[in-house]
Design a protein around this ligand. Structure first.
Ligand SMILES: NC(=O)c1ccc[n+]([C@@H]2O[C@H](COP(=O)([O-])OP(=O)(O)OC[C@H]3O[C@@H](n4cnc5c(N)ncnc54)[C@H](O)[C@@H]3O)[C@@H](O)[C@H]2O)c1
Ligand SMILES: [Zn+2]
Length: 359
């Protein structure tokens, strides 16, 4: 088991990574929390695959376990669901000190995290991410959120977990496509600041897609490490944390214009290629490294061509993106494999050109 230390702002916690980490949870919680009660927020499919065992093992250690079930789907990451969870917590006399365990992907992590952040102004939160995306990205850093009307992830709070347990073995039950989806964020982490992770992906993508345990563990430890280092320096959204948005400006625009028909990983993958193309045009990036990025994305099973959407619509969505400040785009550009800059010299015309070249 690998232990990663995260210490954003005044808090600090461990991220435990490895196969079988789920089995460590009961004993570690027994040592670290005072009470006997806890709540697990999850969905029925994840509960059946991994939650049932966890519940039994927690009970064996003497815990009283309440299961709070949320239906499957991003549409349930909402204020309505949060409201229902508050009601259940209140009816079961949950206290401010009762921990919430978020067992699931980013949807469960964000929703349970939001409830833990707000119920009685903050309950302890334990993240148990079960998707690749959640293990390398959403479970670390303390961002929690729900969606509301057109506002995706815009109603939220910062609430750091007291621990993160990333059992890499549970990824074996993921539905097809979810590994590729998470790999987009892994590739992003490599381009931002880990050239060794990038070459690991270049050499071992086949093993990764075959869910070979050693490769999965090595990749997840490195990618989670990148996220941890960045949030350590910068708990809230300013300055360096922005670099985590590589590929996300164009990516969010693509998600909007396709009405979320393409998944987040696909959108980010294309967004990263657009950023690399812009950087190439500005003389900051090499054709060879653009080729390397494109190859790794393809090897990860992610598409590289723009989905059926007009460049004009994509640009309109980029313009509305929250990252435009004072009329200027704030764009994250790769300047090598493992290094990015935040640039305000990118114009919408440059984005349009890159989109046309990639189409
Ligand atoms: N808070 C952050 O910093 C942050 C960062 C990135 C993304 N997010 C959010 O994360 C969400 C996406 O998360 P995701 O990609 O993990 O998707 P997800 O949570 O929807 O999970 C994907 C699917 O896999 C299923 N699943 C999860 N674990 C499983 C397992 N081990 N075996 C079988 N099935 C399993 C889920 O039920 C779901 O159907 C979005 O809402 C996004 O906004 C948050
Ligand atoms: Zn993302």
């Amino acid at each position: 088991m690998h232990v990663l230390k995260v210490s954003p702002g005044s808090s600090n916690y461990n991220v435990y990574i490895g196969p079988g980490v789920l089995g460590e949870i009961p004993v570690r919680l027994k040592r670290s929390i005072a009470g006997k009660r806890l709540f697990v927020v999850t969905n029925p499919a994840i509960f059946e695959l991994h939650g049932f065992n966890l519940k039994e093992e927690l009970q064996r250690e003497g815990f009283e376990v309440g299961i709070l079930m949320v239906p499957e789907g991003e549409e349930f990451k909402s204020l309505e669901t949060a409201g229902r969870l508050y009601t259940e917590l209140a009816s079961q006399n949950a206290e401010r000190s009762t921990p919430i365990l978020a067992l699931g992907g980013g949807v469960i992590g964000d929703l349970a995290g939001f409830v833990a952040a707000t119920y009685m102004r903050g309950m302890p939160l334990i993240q148990i991410p079960t998707t690749l995306l959640a293990q390398v990205d959403s479970s670390i850093g303390g961002k929690t959120a729900v969606n509301h009307d057109q506002l995706k992830n815009q109603i939220g709070a910062f609430h750091q977990p007291s621990a993160v347990f990333s059992d890499t073995f549970v990824l074996k039950t993921l539905p097809p496509g979810q590994i590729s989806n998470g790999l987009a964020e892994v590739i992003k982490s490599a381009i931002i600041s880990d050239p060794q992770l990038f070459s690991l992906l270049e050499h071992r993508m086949g093993n990764m897609l075959a869910l070979e345990q050693k490769t999965m563990d090595a990749v997840i430890i490195r990618a989670a490490g990148v996220k941890a280092r960045i949030v350590n320096n910068d708990e809230r959204d300013k300055r360096r944390r922005n670099i985590l948005n590589l590929g996300h400006t164009t990516g969010h625009a693509l998600e909007t214009v396709t009405r979320y028909k393409i998944n987040h990983g696909t959108a980010v993958a294309i967004g990263m290629i657009i950023a690399a193309r812009i950087s190439l045009k500005m003389g900051l990036f090499s054709q060879r490294d653009l080729g390397r990025i494109t190859s790794v994305i393809t090897a990860a099973g992610l598409p590289t061509s723009i989905p059926d959407a007009s460049v004009a619509d994509i640009l309109a969505a980029v313009r509305h993106d929250k990252k435009i400040s004072a009329g200027r785009l704030k764009f994250i550009l790769p300047v090598g494999i493992g290094k990015v800059i935040i640039s305000d010299r990118v114009s919408l015309e440059m984005v349009a050109q890159a989109l046309e070249e990639q189409a």
